[in-house]
Design a protein around this ligand. Structure first.
Ligand SMILES: NC(=O)C1=CN([C@@H]2O[C@H](COP(=O)(O)OP(=O)(O)OC[C@H]3O[C@@H](n4cnc5c(N)ncnc54)[C@H](O)[C@@H]3O)[C@@H](O)[C@H]2O)C=CC1
Ligand SMILES: O=C(O)[C@H]1O[C@H](OP(=O)(O)OP(=O)(O)OC[C@H]2O[C@@H](n3ccc(=O)[nH]c3=O)[C@H](O)[C@@H]2O)[C@H](O)[C@@H](O)[C@@H]1O
Length: 441
């Protein structure tokens, strides 16, 4: 099949590359000329394990090309995928300006029947709006299909090749057959439904996952107070098939370009339909506070943070990505600077993106994890990169002024800790808490 993807970001690029890998001819379009130039040179502008190799192979075999010219993309393909961003507006609603602009650009260039497949996460009713826009510009026949994307950053290639399911929101058989054919090599778990339900499935899925995270974080906060261990609680819950083991890792809460934006958007979608989504509002509220728990713990151990050197391990919102959009590290560092701390930070991959996103000075950026902790009064682990999980805790202890480790992702085990003299705090595992600072001063 010949297809065009408009928007070559985390979703558009991964989808385009993977669709070419399974035998389609794909044109990836973006209006960012620098990005397209880099891609034409075989350079992947994001960190996504496995992507580079597939990209280069498919460029070399002629199945994958990049362009800024949407006219070319529309003329050449009968299936056009919209994968541009839908960031939050200040009131939490999704900003549909990019999606609507692309719909207009496609309509202007149409030269025959097209299937317009929306992968961007869009509020219920948006595909109808896309249809209206296109109808107002062209008489060429077309169908709009909603195929929401469920990939996770960091495992996007794997998720694309073996998705848990594909959701196809469609109005007629002609478009259903074309889109089903495209996804056939990927999975047989296909849910075909109406367009509004497909749009809702995406928001409901992200909101449910966010709910699981806030739920376990609240359980963790209670565990801290009553002396239970949230890791074991999650394990004990997770064996129940009705609950499942996934997304029950307590910590500093969810970040990223999607859960925060999509939960806010769903609250607005409900509100616009005169429904007060109380549960989801609480999920968002719990998540906002969870980021700051780590600072409470730090202050419990060190007291006033003014002039204290605090090292940060991990800036990306999760491991295996360089994405720092809505990363908890941003708020944690901003608050530490406000409290007068000297902050030294390190991330294996996301440092450059994070530097650009943090709108203040005063952080010292380290070349290595151990450079960041030299003479530090405490280290806070915010992203569970393997490099941190495998760190030698004795070396860590030796490098620091006070060996205080605040583990915001609950990565260290009893065995690892029993070998060290770290003053250790995590989220909801008070039994692993070790030693008090008084021993060292
Ligand atoms: N990032 C993720 O893991 C996932 C994202 N999504 C959804 O997919 C959509 C895209 O997300 P990302 O890929 O993260 O966004 P992104 O911000 O990484 O990429 C969007 C791309 O669209 C381009 N663009 C914007 N307007 C354009 C136009 N008029 N013409 C051509 N290109 C244009 C931008 O230059 C950018 O390269 C969003 O709705 C998001 O919610 C869904 C699932 C996973
Ligand atoms: O719509 C989207 O953009 C995507 O959002 C998430 O994917 P992603 O944001 O890449 O990453 P996740 O692995 O879901 O993690 C999101 C956040 O939740 C946090 N998290 C995750 C799991 C957990 O148990 N605990 C927890 O705190 C992570 O640290 C991270 O900050 C969803 O998992 C994808 O299915 C969806 O397609």
């Amino acid at each position: 099949m010949k297809l065009t993807v408009v928007g070559t970001g985390y979703v558009g690029l991964v989808s385009g590359v993977c669709f070419s890998e399974i035998g389609n001819n794909v044109i990836c379009i973006d209006r960012d000329a620098d990005k397209i130039d880099r891609l034409k040179n075989g350079e992947v502008p994001i960190y996504e394990p496995g992507l580079q190799e597939y990209l280069v192979n498919n460029m070399n075999n002629g199945r994958l090309e990049f362009s800024t010219d949407i006219k070319y993309g529309v003329k050449e393909s009968d299936l056009i995928i919209i994968a541009v961003g839908t960031p939050s507006l200040p009131n939490g609603e999704a900003n549909l300006a990019f999606v609507e602009e692309v719909a207009r650009n496609i309509a202007v260039e149409m030269n025959g029947y097209k299937v317009i497949m929306t992968k961007s996460t869009v509020p219920v009713g948006t595909n109808e709006r896309i249809k209206e826009i296109i109808c107002s510009i062209t008489d060429h026949p077309f169908d709009v299909v909603s195929v929401p994307e469920f990939l996770r950053e960091g495992s996007a290639v794997k998720d694309t090749f073996s998705p848990d399911r594909v959701v196809i929101g469609v109005e007629n058989k002609r478009a259903e057959e074309i889109v089903s054919e495209l996804h056939k090599p990927l999975t047989d778990k296909v849910v075909v439904t109406d367009i509004r339900s497909a749009e809702m499935i995406k928001y409901a899925s992200n909101a449910f996952l966010a709910t699981k995270i806030s739920f376990i974080n609240e359980i963790a906060n209670i565990c801290d107070k009553v002396g239970a261990d949230v890791s074991n609680v999650a394990k004990g819950m997770g064996y129940d098939k009705r609950i499942g083991p996934h997304f029950l890792n307590a910590g500093i809460g969810y970040g990223g370009s999607c859960f925060p934006k999509d939960t806010d958007a769903l609250i607005q979608i409900a509100g616009n339909a005169d429904y007060d989504f109380k549960l989801l509002k609480a999920v968002v509220d719990v998540n906002k506070h969870q980021r700051y728990n780590i600072l409470d713990k730090l202050q419990q151990v060190l007291g006033n943070l003014n002039g204290k050197k605090i090292a940060i391990w991990g800036l990306a919102f999760k491991p295996n990505t360089d994405d720092v959009r809505d990363a908890p590290a941003n708020e944690v560092i901003t608050e530490l600077l406000k409290l007068g701390a000297d902050v030294s930070a390190y991330d294996p991959i996301a440092m450059d993106n994070f530097k650009k996103s943090l709108d203040q000075d005063g952080v010292s950026w380290s070349e290595t994890a151990f450079e960041a902790v030299q003479n530090a009064d405490a280290v806070c682990l915010l992203t569970e990169w393997d490099e941190f999980k495998e760190a030698d805790l004795n070396q860590l202890e030796a490098a620091m002024r006070f060996p205080v480790l605040i583990d915001g992702r609950n990565v260290f085990t009893q065995e690892q800790l029993s070998e060290s003299n770290l003053i250790y705090h995590s989220v909801g595992r008070p039994r692993l808490q070790q030693k008090e600072l008084e021993l060292y001063v």
